[in-house]
Design a protein around this ligand. Structure first.
Ligand code: 13P
Ligand code: SF4
Length: 380
């Protein structure tokens, strides 16, 4: 049963409800100085922000960009951020792996994570000397919430001979118990590398059962998994793909690998959020659907005016907790700081470093589509 909201080609995700005085309430006004600083930015978001809305947004954008310079802060913006954040204040944009690499490399005193909590923790793990802030502590993730460090300790007791790979969408506590992390852009590479290192024919990949099934279909390694799932991607079905093809002949369907395996079987291409963006930029499809979080289509559409985006999508309620307003508040107040006990951080870093030490790929690995879905053994 399709649960997609097909808002049709050309209809962007609504930006968060923003009172007309979002800026004024913070003592920020739309004056000549703000106009001079921001007029050139409006064209970047004109498809998403109405001219009436702009005076409420421009003072926040100008203030955020000034605060970043004053405080030597950078904003790491995930591909699921709304275009006002992604295009106007984000300093580095990308998928989980790209943002993690940036966090480790960037020269800044403060990192503001425009993303969810596990991403901010990853930044802190890799850049402990930097202050890492997240604008809303409630920006979580259903995958990260599905498994605890105690769960992983039990898995290790039960299967001491198998390496445990954790998807990066987990807490620092969970990473600290695992042997290596992976992201959607390198999962098959990580599974094969750790199997070789351990001389094992079996690898445990937690907590996303769908990512694990999709990875297992790409490799000869036996994969066991955990019953976690992404509340956003698990909503897409193979019937949705069929319905989209019927309704929009010739459409190219791209899916994130957190979608169930029968969705990848039916899709034309699959990969991390950046892999999906790269596909559109390189192949210039005439008509495309991105089966992933809603803001992806907005951000990719803004860069690819020649492509027509059909926009069925599901919102991530956690990603959508991050707004321009709370990014501004976060920079002004220095809230909310993400901290990790040092012993946990050091152990979690080992798992991330093991991933980062693998040969760097030129671009995110694509998942082969059209493969028969596999059932995997659960570790519980
Ligand atoms: P990416 O690493 O592909 O950006 O995915 C992160 C995520 O949370 C997808 O739901
Ligand atoms: Fe987590 Fe899914 Fe949201 Fe990504 S889209 S942050 S996996 S709940």
């Amino acid at each position: 049963m399709a649960r997609l909201i097909d808002s049709g080609p050309g209809c962007p995700t609504p930006t968060p409800l923003r009172g007309p005085n979002a800026a004024e309430a913070r003592g920020l006004v739309y004056d000549d100085a703000v106009r001079a600083e921001t007029d050139h930015l409006y064209p970047l978001v004109q498809d998403f922000v109405t001219p009436m809305e702009w005076p409420a947004i421009a003072p926040l954008v100008a203030a955020i960009n000034r605060l970043k310079a004053e405080k030597n802060a950078v904003i790491l913006a995930h591909n699921y951020m709304t275009p006002d954040i992604f295009r106007l204040v984000g300093d580095f944009r990308g998928d989980s792996l790209q943002l993690a690499r940036e966090a480790a490399a960037v020269d800044a005193d403060i990192i503001v994570q425009a993303g969810v909590h596990f991403m901010a923790e990853t930044s802190k793990i890799l850049a402990p000397q930097k202050t890492v802030l997240i604008p809303d502590m409630r920006a979580g993730c259903s995958l990260a919430d599905s498994i605890t460090a105690a769960d992983v300790r039990l898995i290790k007791q039960k299967f001491p001979d198998y390496p445990i790979v954790t998807y990066v969408n987990t807490s620092a506590d969970v990473k600290a118990e695992c042997h290596i992390t992976c992201t959607s852009s390198n999962a098959a590479q990580v599974v094969e590398a750790i199997a070789k290192e351990w001389n094992s024919d079996t690898v445990i990949l937690v907590p996303d059962q769908y990512l694990a099934k999709n990875v297992a279909a790409q490799t000869k390694i036996r994969v066991m998994t955990w019953p976690g799932s992404c509340e956003v991607h698990e909503m897409f079905t193979a019937d949705d793909v069929e319905a989209l093809r019927e309704a929009h002949p010739g459409v190219v369907i791209l899916a994130h690998p957190e979608c169930p395996p029968d969705v990848l079987e039916a899709a034309d291409f699959a990969g991390s959020t950046s892999a999906l963006a790269n596909y559109v930029a390189e192949k210039h499809p005439h008509k495309v659907v991105l089966l992933t979080e809603c803001s992806m289509s907005d951000n990719v559409a803004a860069e690819n005016p020649g492509t027509n985006f059909i926009r069925p999508c599901n919102l991530c309620p956690h990603m959508k907790r991050i707004t321009l307003e709370n990014i501004y508040d976060c920079l002004v107040k220095g809230e909310y700081e993400v901290t990790i006990p040092e012993d946990v951080r050091v152990r979690a870093k080992k798992a991330i470093d093991a991933m980062l030490a693998l040969p760097r790929m030129e671009k995110p690995l694509a998942f082969e589509t059209g493969l028969k879905p596999l059932e995997l053994e659960m570790v519980v």
